[in-house]
Design a protein. Structure first.
Length: 265
C-alpha cells in the first residue's frame, strides 16, 4: 500500500509552464500611466533587432535553452532579411535584455547597436499530464511500468511584436500557436514531455512565421494607403524598395560611359 501511495504522489496530475511576457518587460510598473506613442519616423533601410523578451524567472524555463531560442530567432529573422527595406537584422542573446527593463533597456540596445526597430518574441508553453483511464500498472522487480501510458497535452503560444524604439509605437504583431497531444508509458513520461516541448516551440514558430509574412506585407500596404500613420524617410544612398540605390546607378552610368569611350577609340 505504501508503495502505491508513493507512485500516486509522484505521478499525480500536474501542470508545468514556461513563459515570457512582452507586457511585463515593456511595462513593469503598471501603476504608471502609459505614454502615448509619437508618430514613428522610419528611415529606410531599417536596422532591426530581434530577441526573446526575458521571462520573470528564467530558471523555470531552463529546458528552453539559449541555443533553441537562437535557432528559432534565426528562422524568424529570415522573413525580415528578404525584404528590400531591411538593411540588417541583429539576433540578440537574452543577456541584452533584463526582466522589466522596458523602453529604457531598448534605448540602451539601440544606442549600442544602432538599430531602429525592435522585434520582441514572447512565449507561453503549458504542459498538462494526467493518467489515461486505460493505463495499466504492471509491477516488476524494478518498479511499476504503465501500459497505454499518460495523456500529455502541450499547448504553446508565441507572439512577435514589432516596435519603433524612438516613438515607442507598436507597428504590428504576429501570433503563433501549437497544440500537441501524445501518449507515453510512465517510464518515458519525462522524455516525452521534453520532446513535445521542443516540437511545440517549432510548430508555433512555423505558424508565427507564416502570420509574420502576411503582417509584413499588410504593414507595407497600410503605410502606402495611410501615410500619416508612419513617416517614411530615406537614408543617404537609398532610393526606396524596388529602386536601385543611387551609388549603384551612378556606377552603372560610369561603366556605360567608359564602354562608349572605348568604342570611339
Amino acid at each position: 500500500m505504501n508503495g502505491c501511495g508513493t507512485w500516486a504522489g509522484l505521478y499525480s496530475p500536474r501542470k508545468t509552464e514556461k513563459s515570457s511576457s512582452v507586457v511585463a518587460f515593456l511595462y513593469p510598473n503598471q501603476n504608471e500611466p502609459l505614454i502615448a506613442p509619437a508618430t514613428p519616423v522610419l528611415r529606410l533601410p531599417l536596422r532591426v533587432g530581434l530577441a526573446f523578451a526575458p521571462g520573470a524567472d528564467e530558471a523555470r524555463a531552463g529546458e528552453f535553452t539559449e541555443a533553441q531560442k537562437t535557432a528559432l530567432l534565426k528562422r524568424v529573422a529570415a522573413e525580415f532579411k528578404s525584404r528590400p527595406f531591411i538593411q540588417s537584422i541583429e539576433v540578440l542573446p537574452s543577456s541584452y535584455l533584463r526582466p522589466g527593463g522596458g523602453f529604457e533597456n531598448l534605448g540602451q540596445v539601440r544606442a549600442l547597436l544602432g538599430i531602429d526597430v525592435m522585434v520582441l518574441l514572447s512565449y507561453d508553453q503549458v504542459q498538462f499530464t494526467d493518467e489515461n483511464r486505460l493505463s495499466l500498472a504492471y509491477w516488476t522487480i524494478v518498479g511499476a511500468y504503465f501500459f497505454k501510458g499518460n495523456k500529455n497535452d502541450t499547448h504553446t503560444l508565441m507572439e512577435a511584436v514589432v516596435y519603433d524604439i524612438p516613438s515607442r509605437k507598436l507597428l504590428f504583431r504576429a501570433p503563433g500557436a501549437s497544440q500537441i497531444a501524445a501518449g507515453s508509458t510512465m517510464v518515458e513520461i519525462r522524455q516525452q514531455l521534453r520532446v513535445d516541448g521542443v516540437k511545440g516551440f517549432e510548430q508555433a514558430t512555423d505558424d508565427l512565421t507564416r502570420n509574420l509574412k502576411e503582417e509584413l506585407t499588410a504593414f507595407s500596404e497600410r503605410v502606402k494607403s495611410a501615410p500619416g500613420e508612419v513617416q517614411i524617410e530615406h537614408k543617404p544612398g537609398y532610393a526606396g524598395a524596388g529602386v536601385m540605390p543611387l551609388w549603384f546607378a551612378g556606377a552603372l552610368a560610369l561603366l556605360g560611359l567608359a564602354r562608349r569611350m572605348r568604342r570611339q577609340d
